[in-house]
Design a binder for this molecule. Sequence first.
Ligand code: Z5A
Length: 223
Amino acid sequence: MTTGKLIVLEGPEGAGKTTQAPLVAEWLNNSGHPAMALREPGGTPIGDQIRAILLDTPDGAVGEAAEALLYMASRAQLVDRIIRPALTLGTIVLLDRFFLSTYAYQVAGRGLPEAEVRAANQLAVGGLVPDLTIMLTIPAEQGMARVARRGAHDRLERADREFHERVSRAFAAFADAEWQRTHPECGPVVAVDAAGDVDAVHRAIVKVLERRWPESFARDRRQ
Ligand code: Z5A
């Protein structure tokens, strides 16, 4: 493999993105494909400061437009300083959340205008399109139950039920072929059922990668 790939993991809270991203990176590294796992917001010193503002600030203190632009600022820094250089070196980047999260939370959830958010994202990523997004799907109650078992609740996780329902419906729509056709900036999206245990979800993700790039990944399994 001479150039890297940007593979995004998306889905609602508790779907297992943060659990799966390092597992997939490890599987790729063990198969001889240099890979790294990153997350949004964060992943750079400035992005980590933005993450603290976004997730630790009391409800209502960050306005909706400011919130969207802070996500974009973290993303711009991550793309410029880490993701593009890594892709140039041939690294596969497993990214926990990207622009689809902005569509789900800021556009569908908060109600910000799609065209303006899309333009801001274009400035942030400079035309970078994921090679693949794996959308982890899980019933909202099951995902929230996982998060509740974990204990800590950040500001967004405490947002009201209707907000979470709008976010869930948005994530469900992203795997739809027509939605993808009209949102080429998000690249191809493949849904994976994330309701099973950690190993089952990991195997399902690996299968998607093997099917998508058999020349790169399926061969490794036969060796
Ligand atoms: N956000 C936004 O609004 N706009 C944007 O543009 C972007 C983000 C990029 C980031 O929070 C917040 O930013 C997020 C959206 C918003 N907020 N909300 N709400 P984060 O990074 O702190 O958290 P998250 O991305 O939402 O992660 P999460 O809630 O932790 O979900 P997850 O990563 O999909 O799940 P997990 O951490 O891997 O697992 C959750 C728990 O379930 C944990 O205890 C695991 O051990 C357990 N788990 C994981 N997989 C399984 C399976 N298969 N079975 C059983 N238990 C499991």
